[in-house]
Design a protein around this ligand. Structure first.
Ligand code: ATP
Ligand code: MG
Ligand code: FE
Length: 345
């Protein structure tokens, strides 16, 4: 089944074609993908401007689809089904992709399905020849979410813990901003941290011993104070690298300890990490080392499938379509949408 996936929930226009008949160890069944980021458009305003995001998706969807088809050497008529992001996200941005996808499917007389953006992230590491089997604990760490989930099957998600304030990715982005690094902060902090000492400064590990919830807003204040105490964000390059490394270490340490606790609590031995922050090398390496000690394994997607993309939407769509699910002609997007409300497959 060849599924076209469309992602337009925020500031990225992502399109991809997943083909369940072309899964092999190299390509995850991914025939091709295109991604356009609106980062530069919004940089001027210091944050995503919803109306500008919607307009830019509209401008980009048709040219990107044509580019994708050319890349895949495919005709529109060869697409078997379309999956689009239905929520959560910015309502205007969601509507552009949903209406585009729904209408295109109607025109081609093929099924369409609306997908939960976070389910897309969660399932992305399962694309490919050797996916980790259910059940597993999923750590979803992205720009807007920090969730620990017991995943019993597609659509069977039990929330074990979540952030009570900022998301992990948001925390990276805010710390980066304070250090004068550009958005998105995660990869830039990670790069700066490479030359820093992770033990240079002791940063807090909030709520470490309290259940499986997270709190990251206190980290902001801690980084802010640290920068002030070390003479500002334009201090000595080594000090900046040490701050980045110490910050990254504190966030990773918190995430890893909660993952270990969640695996024990759920009685599971597989951890699947997803979302933009799961691209972080320090997080991956620390998890590998710590989970090895408790005979558990960690699974993740290639970096390009960790952040927003159309492939994860195509794949989540495939999982639901092959189980006989699809949406009717009415398009309804859901800006706030708990994952526990999804139907099981
Ligand atoms: P959500 O999925 O919750 O709606 P989003 O779509 O904006 O939010 P993603 O695209 O999954 O989030 O991820 C983007 C986030 O991931 C950003 O906060 C970014 O800083 C972070 N990120 C990306 N790469 C890395 C990395 N290597 N290390 C740490 N953080 C990273
Ligand atoms: Mg984004
Ligand atoms: Fe995302």
């Amino acid at each position: 089944m060849k599924v076209l996936g469309l992602e337009t929930s925020c500031d990225e226009t992502g399109l991809a074609i997943f083909d369940s008949e072309q899964i092999n160890s190299d390509n995850q069944g991914l025939v091709g993908q295109v991604l356009y980021s609106q980062i530069e458009l919004h940089a001027l305003y210091g944050g995503v401007v919803p109306e500008l995001a919607s307009r830019d998706h509209i401008r980009k969807l048709v040219p990107l689809l044509n580019e994708l088809l050319e890349q895949c050497d495919m005709k529109k008529s060869e697409i078997d089904a379309i999956a689009y992001t239905k929520g959560p996200g910015l309502i205007g941005a969601l509507m552009t992709g949903a209406l585009f996808g729904r209408s295109l499917a109607y025109g081609l007389d093929i099924p369409a399905i609306g997908i939960h953006h976070m389910e897309g992230h969660l399932l992305a590491p399962l694309m490919g020849a050797n996916p980790p089997a259910f059940p597993f604990v999923s750590l979803l760490v992205s720009g807007g979410h920090t969730l620990l989930i017991a995943a019993h099957g597609v659509g069977q998600y039990e929330i074990l813990g979540e952030s009570i304030d900022d998301a992990a990715g948001e925390c990276f982005d805010k710390a980066a901003k304070m250090l004068g690094l550009p958005y998105p902060g995660g990869p830039n902090i990670a790069k700066l941290a490479e030359t820093g000492n992770p033990d240079a400064y002791a940063l807090p590990r909030p709520m470490l011993h309290r259940g499986l919830d997270f709190s990251f807003s206190g980290m902001k204040t801690a980084v802010h104070n640290l920068i002030k105490d070390t003479e500002g964000s334009d201090s000595d390059p080594q000090v900046r690298a040490d701050i980045a490394a110490s910050f990254q270490h504190a966030v990773v340490d918190t995430l890893v300890k909660k993952c270990v606790k969640a695996l024990k609590q759920a009685g599971m031995s597989r951890l699947v990490i997803a979302g933009g922050v799961s691209a972080n090398t320090h997080l991956r390496e620390t998890l590998e080392a710590e989970l090895d000690k408790i005979n558990a394994t960690v699974h993740y997607a290639p970096p390009a499938l960790c952040t927003d993309n159309g492939a994860m939407i195509a794949y989540a769509g495939f999982e639901r379509l092959q189980a006989g699910q699809s949406d009717d002609l009415a398009v309804s997007c859901i800006p706030r949408w708990p994952m526990t409300e999804l139907p099981a497959v």
